[in-house]
Design a protein around this ligand. Structure first.
Ligand SMILES: N[C@@H](CCC(=O)N[C@@H](CS)C(=O)NCC(=O)O)C(=O)O
Length: 287
């Protein structure tokens, strides 16, 4: 979808609250990609009335809706300080009732994995990749005061996988990338193998299209510095669901990874909120 098409989509404002001088909003609309209603958060700092501001898209992890990041991270303080609009979508289609979509926390509802499913049962609705890259960007660029030339992406866990893969696949949209405890090499971990088998069947060439480490190996776009934070007490890191070292190893002349291991931090929002300020500083420098 282009931003012109995005302009025609009607957004319903679900809530709006003043926060650090700006407004934390939640919008809902009917997504043509997800064939269902979907919500997203939009934090608009003070000052956006007069000029267009840079924007950051934040992708959440397994089990999250748009609410987790809005309510638990405290990001609004940094977005207000750096004057950055923050957009955060849901993690899957909702309310579409596909058999099996609620059987586990790591597949189906709350676990869209930011890909376009090819398996028939899921392919009508589970199109989170196209939703983010085409539809949501089209809407945001046409309806919110965003400077399209200054847009970055970040995320957590499954959303970190989405941020790394979408950011590297679309350097023309996203100029800066960072991630908290991302699933870096989904083809080689249980979460990823379960999701990719379910959504994409056995075609490994399709899997590679959504695997950040595989995408990085082939990356030939503009030079990118990536900030990657990983807590050392993260149980999913120890269970080898995240595999950040595999991604770091692929660094080349085009991709430089700032890999920060954070002593004693786990996988949750206390970890995210502790290092969020550094991520905003990082994006602000690159946008
Ligand atoms: N529910 C799962 C873990 C899922 C999980 O940790 N999700 C992370 C993203 S991967 C999250 O952000 N959860 C929501 C929250 O902490 O608010 C479990 O019990 O093992």
């Amino acid at each position: 979808m282009t931003s012109a098409a995005g302009a025609a989509i009607e957004l319903k404002e679900i809530s709006s609250a003043k926060c650090f001088g700006g407004l934390q909003k939640v919008y809902e609309f009917y997504s043509n990609e997800l064939k269902s209603n979907t919500k997203f958060g939009a934090y608009i700092p003070e000052g956006a009335q007069n000029k267009k501001l840079p924007a950051l898209f934040y992708l959440s992890g397994l089990t999250c809706t748009e609410a987790n990041f809005i309510e638990k991270s405290g990001f609004q303080r940094y977005a207000a300080e750096h004057k950055i609009i923050v957009i955060n979508p849901d993690t899957s289609p909702r309310g579409v009732k596909i058999e099996g979509d609620d059987e586990s926390y790591d597949f189906g509802t709350g676990a869209g994995f930011y890909l376009d499913a090819t398996v028939t049962k899921w392919s009508e609705n589970y199109r989170m990749y196209s939703y983010i890259v085409k539809e949501l960007t089209g809407i945001v660029f046409s309806q919110l005061p965003v400077d399209q030339k200054r847009v970055g992406i970040f995320g957590h866990s499954m959303g970190g996988s989405g941020a790394l893969s979408i950011g590297l696949k679309h350097p023309e949209i996203f100029r800066s990338i960072s991630a908290f405890a991302p699933i870096c090499n989904p083809m080689n971990c249980q979460w990823g193998q379960k999701a990719f088998t379910g959504y994409l069947a056995d075609d490994q060439s399709k899997w590679k299209e959504y695997d950040a480490t595989e995408i990085a190996k082939k990356y030939d776009g503009p030079e990118r510095e990536i900030l990657l934070d990983q807590g050392t007490a993260d149980k999913f890191y120890h269970e080898k669901q995240l595999l950040p070292e595999n991604f770091v190893e692929v660094q080349n002349s085009k991709i430089k990874v700032h890999f920060e291991k954070r002593e004693g931090y786990d996988h949750g929002y206390f970890f995210i909120s502790t290092f969020l300020g550094e991520h905003f500083k990082f994006h602000s420098k690159h946008l």
